[in-house]
Design a protein around this ligand. Structure first.
Ligand code: URA
Length: 211
């Protein structure tokens, strides 16, 4: 598994505003969207392309286009939805699948309550959107779901990650697994409730309110 922490002043700036408890939901949503687009730029560095001959107004040349099958973007409901527009802005022709996962706040175990995905993901690059890689339970369950239906290349885009969660994903799939985690920062630790410290709180609540 590869972990890529995006070290860029604009990423750090937007993340700081997201962390700030005074930031309201509309601002949080807009900045999360912008931050995801910056992360997506790096997350898609390995996206597969095919060569293409084109004519410019001046001459013929060789360019590239996204390879088929097209990438699949999978936001994990609910908080991953707040990352979807930021990701598809850079990959407008990607298909979008959905995974609804909820974690039991006592056991911290993740379970799937909804899914809408292609039957077969063979040969597709998958981009999972999950803002907070905390205990790792949700991401492990989501990646296992995608592997079970044929995925062999998964990139998780997370606003923040905890060292404990990264360790759980690595130990669940092995260091050589075809998984990349792209994140704006790896924070200090988890607290006793499974929240990332210093973190930014509950990403779903900050995006959408406490419902
Ligand atoms: N989920 C969140 O939204 N925030 C955390 O800190 C951990 C899990």
């Amino acid at each position: 598994m590869r972990v890529q922490v995006i070290d860029h002043p604009l990423v750090a700036h937007k993340l700081t505003v997201l962390r700030d408890a005074r930031t309201d939901s509309p601002t949080f949503r807009r900045l999360a969207d912008e931050l995801v687009t910056l992360l997506a730029y790096e997350a898609t560095r390995g996206v597969r392309v095919d060569e293409l001959r084109i004519s410019t107004p001046v001459s013929e040349t060789t360019g590239v286009k996204l390879a088929s099958p097209k990438p699949l973007v999978v936001p994990i409901l609910r908080a991953g939805l707040g990352m979807l527009d930021g990701m598809t802005r850079l990959l407008p022709t990607a298909e979008v699948g959905f995974l609804g996962m909820v974690r039991d706040e006592e056991t911290l175990q993740a379970s799937t309550y909804a899914h809408r995905l292609p039957d077969d993901l063979s040969g597709r690059q998958c981009y999972v959107l999950d803002p907070m890689l905390a205990t790792g339970g949700t991401l492990v369950a989501a990646i296992q779901y995608l592997f079970d239906i044929g995925a062999d290349d998964v990139t998780a885009v997370c606003l923040l990650a905890a060292p404990e969660g990264l360790e759980v994903v690595t130990s669940s799939f092995g260091a050589d697994a075809p998984i990349t985690v792209v994140t704006a920062a790896v924070d200090e630790r988890l607290d006793e409730n499974g929240y990332i410290v210093p973190g930014l709180g509950d990403a779903g609540d900050r995006l959408y309110g406490v419902v």
